[in-house]
Write a protein that binds this ligand. Structure first.
Ligand SMILES: *[C@@H]1O[C@H](CO)[C@@H](O)[C@H](O)[C@H]1NC(C)=O
Ligand SMILES: *[C@@H]1O[C@H](CO)[C@@H](O)[C@H](O)[C@H]1NC(C)=O
Ligand SMILES: *[C@@H]1O[C@H](CO)[C@@H](O)[C@H](O)[C@H]1NC(C)=O
Ligand SMILES: *[C@@H]1O[C@H](CO)[C@@H](O)[C@H](O)[C@H]1NC(C)=O
Length: 394
C-alpha cells in the first residue's frame, strides 16, 4: 500500500535520522586526541565549545589539530568562547583528507567547506578553506580570501579512519578575520532583566516564579525566540493563569518560546505552523501556533486567540524577543469560545493526554523535520530540507 507523501517522507526522515545518529558511535575525537598529550589544549577546547559532539556525529570529516604551543598563541588573543568556537570550527572540514588525499589534490589547489560554513555563522564564503600544494611537497592551509599567504602547513597524520574521519596536525591555526570577529556572548543577555525593563515585567515575574527561566537561557546560545505579552494583558489574564495546574502553567510559559532564532524578517516571510518550547514529540500535545502576515503585521494565531507583534525588545542573532498584545492560549490548555471551536483539548488538563499517534498531515511532516533539524543542526538542515523538498514538493 503506497503511503501518502507526508507519511512516507516522515518515515524516510526517521530512517535518515537513525542512519545518521547511528554513526555517532563510529568515532570519538576526544578519545582519539587523548592519546596525544601535545594536543590536550586543542582537545579540551573542542569539548568546551561542544564541537567534539558535532564531530562525533558526522562522517567524512577532517579535523586539523594544532599543538599546545599554537593553542597558547590563539588563547593569548583572549577571544570569547563563542569566537573561539568559530575559529576552531574553521579547522573541521566537511570532507575526508588523509595524508594521501592532501598530496594528491587535483590541480594542486582546492576549496573545502568547514563546520564554520555549515553553522551559517560565516559571512559569504568565509567558511571555506583553501588547501594548496606548495613548493617542496608542502601542503598549505589558508582562509578562502587569502593574499597568497598560507598560515598553516600540514605536519603529520594523527589518525585516519578512511573515509570516516581523518585527524591531522597542522603547524599553526588558520587565520581568518571572519572567524576571529568578536561574537556577542548570548549568555550576557539577562532575559528577565531585559523583559522587566521593556514592558514585560509581569511575564518576566511568571517566568522567574515558575523556575523555568533556565529552560529559556539554556537555548540562548543556539537560538531562541521569545514572545512576551505586555504587562496590561498579563494582569487581566492572571486569574485564568492561576487556575491552571502547575504543569499547565509551565506549558503556557514554554508556549511563548521557540527553540530557534527568528528575526522579524524571517517571521514576515513565514506563513504556517511553528513548534514551541512546549511541543513534545510523540504526543498529541503539539503546542504549535500559526504565523500569519498581513502587510507588515506579524500575527500569531492559536485556535483561541490571535496576537500581534507590537515591538522588538531584542533582535541579535541567536536571540530575539518580541512584545505581543495578547497572552498566547494553546488549545491544549483552553477551550475555544468562538464558533471556530476545534476541540482536541480536555480543558485545563495538565497537557499529558494524547495517544502517541504520528499525525499524517503535512504540518506534522514539517514539525518532524524541524525536530530533526534542532537535534542535528548545521549540515543536516540543508540536507533534510532538500529531502523534504524532493519528496513533498517535486
Ligand atoms: C565508518 O563508519 C561506519 C558507520 O558508522 C562504520 O560502520 C564503519 O565501521 C566505520 N569504518 C571504520 C574503518 O571504522
Ligand atoms: C568519548 O571519549 C571520552 C574520553 O574517553 C568520553 O569521556 C566520552 O564519553 C566519549 N564520548 C562518547 C559519545 O562516547
Ligand atoms: C588558493 O589560494 C591561492 C593563493 O591565493 C590561489 O592561487 C588559488 O587559486 C586558491 N585556490 C582556489 C581553489 O581558490
Ligand atoms: C477556573 O476553572 C473553573 C473550572 O474549570 C472554571 O469554571 C472557571 O471559569 C475558571 N476561572 C477562570 C478565571 O478562568
Amino acid at each position: 500500500m503506497p503511503l501518502p507523501p507526508a507519511k512516507s517522507s516522515f518515515s524516510l526522515l526517521v530512517l535518515l535520522f537513525l542512519a545518521i545518529t547511528a554513526t555517532s558511535s563510529a568515532h570519538n575525537i576526544t578519545r582519539i586526541l587523548a592519546k596525544h598529550p601535545e594536543f590536550s589544549t586543542f582537545n579540551r577546547y573542542l569539548s568546551l565549545t561542544h564541537l567534539a559532539s558535532e564531530i562525533n556525529r558526522r562522517l567524512t570529516i577532517t579535523v586539523c589539530a594544532v599543538d599546545n604551543a599554537a593553542m597558547d598563541d590563539l588563547l593569548d588573543k583572549h577571544m570569547s568562547i563563542y569566537t573561539l568556537k568559530n575559529v576552531l570550527s574553521l579547522h573541521v572540514f566537511a570532507d575526508y583528507f588523509g595524508s594521501k588525499q592532501l598530496h594528491r589534490i587535483t590541480k594542486g589547489t582546492t576549496l573545502t567547506a568547514t563546520l564554520f560554513q555549515a553553522t551559517g555563522e560565516a559571512p559569504g564564503t568565509s567558511g571555506y578553506v583553501n588547501i594548496t600544494k606548495l613548493k617542496g611537497k608542502k601542503v598549505g592551509f589558508a582562509a578562502e580570501d587569502n593574499d597568497g599567504h598560507f598560515s598553516a602547513n600540514f605536519v603529520k597524520s594523527i589518525q585516519e579512519i578512511p573515509y570516516n574521519i581523518s585527524v591531522i596536525q597542522i603547524s599553526n591555526f588558520i587565520t581568518s578575520p571572519a572567524a576571529e570577529a568578536p561574537v556577542a556572548a548570548p549568555a550576557e543577555v539577562d532575559l528577565i532583566d531585559l523583559m522587566s525593563k521593556k514592558g514585560c515585567k509581569e511575564f518576566a515575574k511568571l517566568l522567574q516564579n515558575s523556575q523555568i527561566s533556565k529552560q529559556f537561557t539554556d537555548l540562548m546560545e543556539n537560538g531562541l525566540t521569545v514572545f512576551c505579552p505586555i504587562d496590561k494583558v498579563v494582569n487581566t489574564f492572571l486569574p485564568k493563569y492561576k487556575n491552571l495546574t502547575k504543569n499547565g502553567q509551565i506549558s503556557l510559559l514554554l508556549y511563548h518560546g521557540i527553540p530557534d532564532y527568528h528575526s522579524l524578517g524571517m517571521l514576515r516571510s513565514k506563513n504556517g505552523f511553528i513548534n514551541t518550547m512546549a511541543t513534545t514529540k510523540g504526543k498529541n500535545n503539539k503546542y504549535d501556533f500559526s504565523i500569519q502576515n498581513d502587510g507588515d503585521n506579524v500575527k500569531l494565531e492559536t485556535n483561541i486567540v490571535t496576537a500581534k507583534i507590537t515591538g522588538t525588545l531584542l533582535d541579535e542573532e541567536p536571540i530575539a524577543v518580541y512584545k505581543i498584545d495578547k497572552v498566547l492560549q494553546p488549545s491544549e490548555l483552553f477551550k475555544a469560545q468562538s464558533i471556530n471551536t476545534k476541540d482536541t483539548s480536555s480543558g485545563d488538563s495538565d497537557g499529558d493526554d494524547g495517544d502517541g499517534d504520528v499525525p499524517a498531515d503535512s504540518t506534522a511532516a514539517n514539525n518532524n523535520g524541524a525536530m530533526i533539524m534542532s537535534v542535528n543542526g548545521g549540515w543536516l538542515i540543508t540536507f533534510v530540507l532538500s529531502i523534504i523538498g524532493n519528496l513533498v514538493f517535486v
